[in-house]
Ligand binder design. Structure first.
Ligand code: HEM
Length: 505
């Protein structure tokens, strides 16, 4: 394909979409045997680059603090102004079509189906021999663990059908040991206050479903299993009908469910977490994170709102940190959800766009936010080096294999400076971000990235024998909602009684 600008590229999408049916280069079904307990590959294609010291250096430079990907947010303006005055960060544009909570729902979903605790940055590993610590389904094992018998520490001793939840002083908090460590099924769900708040909200949601079933005289020996099924199905409904259209795009989501998956086709019983998704494409979510948030409206001293950077080195070692890191209990450390999801009260704040600019605080993560606690602390560097771990193909080669128009080297002039050909053979994560920015103005994923992420999500729902789509594709949500027959995050938070009305603030 010759030189492309955005307009003639979009003009070419139709032709590419036709070519989609005739594509031969996909591992279909995957060449190597796969299993839900291990990672696997969707595509059998050459790596985007050789794993040489020069390439490693180039990736470190590309993802470095102050480098190409850094949105260079003016942090000196402080956490309040960076959310109330978005014009202060012209590089880091708001997304008026997503609310700030889309990011954390996305992170919560990530922690439900993938967790690589074993591979090492830039050290080649075989996906099919690398364990995925999570079940690659939307089954909330990150909340339920192995259930009341397998994970008794997560459940009330006096009522085994209910999950443990405690108070943080004013409102709910996840259960914690005396040193502050959360007692939850996935430690990552206490990495920042917002995801920790979501974990507590899902726990309360489950417990309230238990109460409802008991009020409907469901026999006690069936209450836990029935509550878990209802919780998981309502959550899956949200993923299918609220989250996927927002991030993948409405058109592609509906196309995949209507016309089927073309590229994610594991053998029956061998569905797995693909490294293309885990190591690159689904990490698009890092671009939606804001530098700062309003955690709640009245939780701080004298009933003031609590604003904070998502991470701030000044918070290190503080009992009640100035930033929004997780791992600490204090009275003001709870989430007022009206900032994150739209309760119709005018309080909601937008997400950041999906583009090649990443909020500055993510270039200096607290070591506690990294599973093995070791550097580098710049998240973009970690993402890029992980491409060498999995020998991921370039974005161009996957787009070509899919029959989707390719973003050519002239669309990546900024990558020439690294001297190893990344403009023509681009790391998959960066390519996914560039597609969203160039083709979709950062509103949602686009092109190859949208199809890959959409197909993996659809597969996670369709290949799980217990999902509502497998068990009862005509099922509709049954819990109370603002619009009967559907169910959204605001309904889930309301049923959990963590919504602004229940809190009185
Ligand atoms: C404040 C928000 C977030 C922080 C601090 C964060 C941080 C991290 C860190 C430290 C890793 C491990 C990196 C590595 O060593 O390779 C990671 C992995 C990952 N992140 Fe995020 N992340 C955030 C939000 C998100 C969002 C919103 C998404 C998607 C919508 C996402 C998707 C992923 C995925 C898929 C992985 C790989 C998980 C695995 O299998 O181990 N993250 N993130």
């Amino acid at each position: 394909m010759g030189h492309l600008n955005r307009r003639n590229f979009l003009g070419g999408v139709g032709a590419g979409a036709i070519a989609l049916h005739a594509t031969p280069a996909v591992a279909d079904p995957p060449a190597a045997p796969t299993s839900p307990r291990f990672f696997g590959r969707m595509f059998k294609l050459a790596p985007f680059a050789d794993n040489t010291p020069r390439v490693q250096e180039a990736l470190r430079a590309m993802g470095a603090p102050g480098g190409l990907l850094d949105a260079k947010d003016p942090l000196h303006e402080g956490p309040i102004r960076l959310i109330t005055n978005p014009e202060l960060s012209p590089n880091n544009r708001d997304n008026p079509f997503h609310t700030a909570g889309t990011t954390f729902l996305g992170q919560f979903i990530d922690h439900d189906f993938t967790f690589d605790m074993h591979s090492k940055l830039a050290v080649p590993a075989t996906p099919e021999q690398s364990p995925n610590t999570r079940n690659p389904t939307l089954s909330l094992d990150s909340v339920y663990g192995a259930g009341p018998i397998g994970s008794p520490q997560l459940y009330e001793t006096s009522d085994r059908a209910k999950l443990r939840v405690e108070s943080g002083g004013a409102f709910e908090d996840v259960p914690r040991r005396s040193d502050g460590v959360a007692i939850i099924a996935d430690p990552r769900n206490d990495e920042n206050m917002i995801i920790s708040g979501l974990q507590a909200a899902f726990i309360k949601f489950h417990n309230n479903v238990v109460d409802r079933l008991r009020s409907q005289a469901v026999p006690n020996d069936r209450v836990f299993a029935e509550a878990q099924r209802l919780v998981v199905w309502h959550y899956q409904w949200i993923v299918r009908h609220e989250f996927m259209p927002q991030v993948v795009g409405h058109g592609i989501t509906e196309d995949i469910f209507a016309n089927g998956r073309r590229f994610f086709k594991p053998r029956p019983g061998q569905h797995f977490m693909p490294v293309e998704f885990q190591g690159a494409c689904y990490r698009f979510g890092h671009s939606m994170v804001r530098p700062s948030y309003r955690a709640n409206l009245k939780g701080d001293a004298n009933g003031q709102p609590f604003f904070g950077f998502i991470f701030d080195p000044a918070g290190e070692g503080q009992a009640d940190p100035v930033d929004l890191r997780g791992g600490r209990r204090a009275r003001r450390r709870f989430i007022g959800w009206q900032t994150f999801f739209d309760f119709g009260d005018g309080q909601v704040k937008p997400n950041k766009r999906i583009d090649t600019k990443i909020s500055t605080p993510l270039f200096k993560l607290p070591l506690g936010a990294i599973a093995d606690g070791s550097p580098p602390t710049a998240l973009p560097q970690r993402n890029l080096l992980r491409h060498l771990t999995w020998s991921l193909p370039s974005g161009q080669s996957i787009a070509k294999a899919m029959g989707i128009p390719v973003l050519t080297a002239d669309i990546f002039p900024e990558l020439k400076q690294f001297g190893v050909g990344l403009d023509a053979s681009t790391p998959l994560w960066y390519y996914t971000l560039k597609e969203a920015e160039f083709l979709g103005d950062g509103i949602s994923l686009a092109g190859m990235g949208a199809r890959l992420v959409g197909e993996v999500f659809a597969g996670m729902l369709q290949l799980d024998p217990d999902s509502y789509l497998s068990q009862n594709p005509n099922w509709k949500p049954t819990l109370p909602s603002r619009t009967p027959g559907t169910f959204k995050m605001v309904d889930l938070l309301t049923f959990a009684k963590v919504d602004p009305t229940s809190r009185g603030q």
